[in-house]
Every structure is written in structure tokens, then in C-alpha cells.
Design a protein around this ligand. Structure first.
Ligand code: SF4
Ligand code: SF4
Length: 298
């Protein structure tokens, strides 16, 4: 592409760089620093054109949500921050009147703190519950991607700066490049069925949305019941392979990313040390621990 045409295309906004945020659910440990940093930034501080000050209570512009999965003894707790997704096809914009919400060229969605006065419908329109009603000021408010800081030379938003586990990665890149990263890193968005085109992507979202099956494998070895290390566990559904794992030194295994409410599966365990077994299980809404499974010599 020649330089002149390239510049014209960029100026026209067709190939412009836009902000995106990647959140790695596996890295979030619920320290709440991002929540607190956002409160610190906005409580008592007005940023005209960006956001009015946040009330001291009841608003969680960065909301840490949690999900417990599993059954004793294989149980885990996972966490993820949820905030305005800066959607490209934003339902909030469809109900906003008088130009109360704008989509900036860099992808950031801003609810104007003046023009949005009295527009409570904006709160209800957001499918992510990311907009909060400021009762005192009578305005809807949400996380602004720290646009006021980025416009003043910051290279990343405060949520990213404050996170001790590097759960956030902000990127200002062209959409085609972001789509490539999405595919390469298996990123997902929240509520894809709503087709809002979020600019916030999640890595390892299965930790919040999917189920796993787990168990402990033992066998009689030389007359003593032992944990079986290195057994192959395979899960199949309707003849299709749905996952595989190898038992650890405690004989435990975990196979993840099973769809909730997905019904019955067949499980097979094979071990050169102690034989094999097969059984069926059903996934409803929760992850399963199948208990201690004893191999019978083959
Ligand atoms: S700062 Fe990072 S680790 Fe802490 S709650 Fe936020 S995303 Fe999770
Ligand atoms: S997450 Fe909600 S508030 Fe943010 S752009 Fe999307 S619809 Fe609007």
C-alpha cells in the first residue's frame, strides 16, 4: 500500500488502532486492587467530559465476580473482573438520547456525565450489569477504560497498572490484529449470543462458565490399595473424544471444559499398573467429583 493511501485510510478510521482489554481469569486471585484503584481514581474526582465523581458506596465499576466449582475434595474458586465492555454494537447507545453516549474513534464508549442526566434506561439496557445509577447526580455511570488518563499519555489503564498478577493486558491495535490474537489465544467475550461486539476479551473463561469432572484412581498393587499415578483417563460423548487426562501421584485427575447441562458421558481409565475401568456420569449445572475409583486387573 502506498504511504499516501495508507494515511488516508487511517484518517478515515477504517484501519485505525483501537483499545482492547484482555483479562486472564486464571491469573485473577480476587485481591480487588483493580476495584480499589478505580474507586481511588473516581471517588471525589470529576473528569469533565469523561465521568462525574463516583459515589462512595454501591458502585462497582470494576466488579469482581466469582464461581466455585467442584465437589470435595477437588474444589476451586475462580474470580474475574467485569466492567464496561466498550461494545462496538452497544445496546446502551441504542436507548441513549441527546447524544448521551459516544463511541470514540479509539473504541472507548463514554457516557457523558451532563447529557445522560435522568436517563436511567441506560442502566437497564446494558446486558452486563456494568452501568450504575448515581442517585445523587441522577446519571448512569460505568468504567471509562481510564480514557482521561490514556488521553494524557498513560500507556495502560489503572486496572492493569494496579494488578499484581498481570491479569490484564490492554492493547491499542487494529481490529484485524485483535481478531488474530483472539483466535491464537482462544479468547472469548461475555454473552456472545448478544452480539454486542465487546472490546473486553477473556482468557480461560471456562473457569467461570464450564464444568469439569474429577476423581481419584486406586488399585490393589501387591495386596495393598495404592493411588495410581500415570493412568490415562478419557471422556467420550456419543463416540466423540471430549477430553483426556493423566492421573497425578495422588491418583487424581480433572477433565475440564464440559458444557453445563450437557448430559451423559462415558469415562474410561486405563493403567498398565493396575488394570482399567469404565463408567458413565452426567453433567447438569455443576462440576463433579466421581469419588475413589478402583481399577480391576485386566
Ligand atoms: S487486581 Fe488483578 S488479581 Fe486483583 S482482583 Fe483485579 S484482576 Fe484480580
Ligand atoms: S458493556 Fe454495557 S455500558 Fe458498556 S458499552 Fe456495552 S452495553 Fe454499553
Amino acid at each position: 500500500m502506498d504511504g499516501r493511501r495508507y494515511l488516508a485510510t487511517r484518517a478515515g478510521g477504517v484501519m485505525s488502532e483501537k483499545w482492547n482489554l484482555i483479562v486472564d481469569v486464571a491469573r485473577c486471585d480476587n485481591c480487588r486492587n483493580c476495584f480499589l484503584a478505580t474507586k481511588d481514581e473516581h471517588i471525589g474526582n470529576d473528569f469533565p467530559g469523561y465521568a462525574a465523581s463516583q459515589p462512595e458506596k454501591e458502585h462497582s465499576w470494576v466488579d469482581i465476580r466469582h464461581k466455585e466449582r467442584g465437589q470435595y475434595p477437588i474444589v476451586e474458586a475462580n474470580f474475574m473482573p467485569v466492567m464496561c465492555n466498550h461494545c462496538d454494537d452497544a445496546p446502551c447507545m441504542k436507548v441513549a438520547k441527546d447524544g448521551a453516549i459516544t463511541k470514540r474513534e479509539d473504541g472507548i464508549v463514554i457516557i457523558d456525565p451532563e447529557k445522560s442526566k435522568g436517563q436511567q434506561a441506560i442502566v437497564d439496557a446494558c446486558p452486563y450489569g456494568a452501568v450504575y445509577w448515581n442517585e445523587e447526580k441522577q446519571i448512569p455511570q460505568a468504567w471509562i477504560f481510564d480514557a482521561h488518563l490514556l488521553d494524557n499519555g498513560w500507556t495502560k489503564p489503572r486496572v492493569q497498572q494496579s494488578c499484581p498478577t498481570d491479569a490484564f493486558r490492554s492493547l491499542k491495535i487494529e481490529d484485524a490484529a485483535m481478531q488474530k490474537i483472539k483466535e491464537q489465544e482462544d479468547l472469548e467475550v461475555l454473552l456472545p449470543e448478544r452480539a454486542t461486539k465487546p472490546r473486553v476479551y477473556y482468557k480461560n473463561l471456562h473457569l467461570m462458565t464450564k464444568c469439569f469432572v474429577s476423581g481419584s484412581v486406586v488399585a490393589d498393587i501387591d495386596g495393598i490399595e495404592e493411588c495410581v499415578d500415570g493412568a490415562t483417563v478419557q471422556v467420550r460423548k456419543d463416540g466423540n473424544d471430549m477430553g483426556q487426562a493423566t492421573t497425578d501421584v495422588f491418583g487424581e485427575f480433572k477433565i475440564d471444559k464440559l458444557e453445563p447441562q450437557s448430559g451423559s458421558y462415558e469415562l474410561q481409565v486405563r493403567s498398565s499398573a493396575g488394570g482399567d475401568l469404565s463408567m458413565q456420569f452426567t453433567i447438569d449445572d455443576e462440576s463433579l467429583y466421581l469419588g475413589v475409583m478402583k481399577l480391576s486387573a485386566g
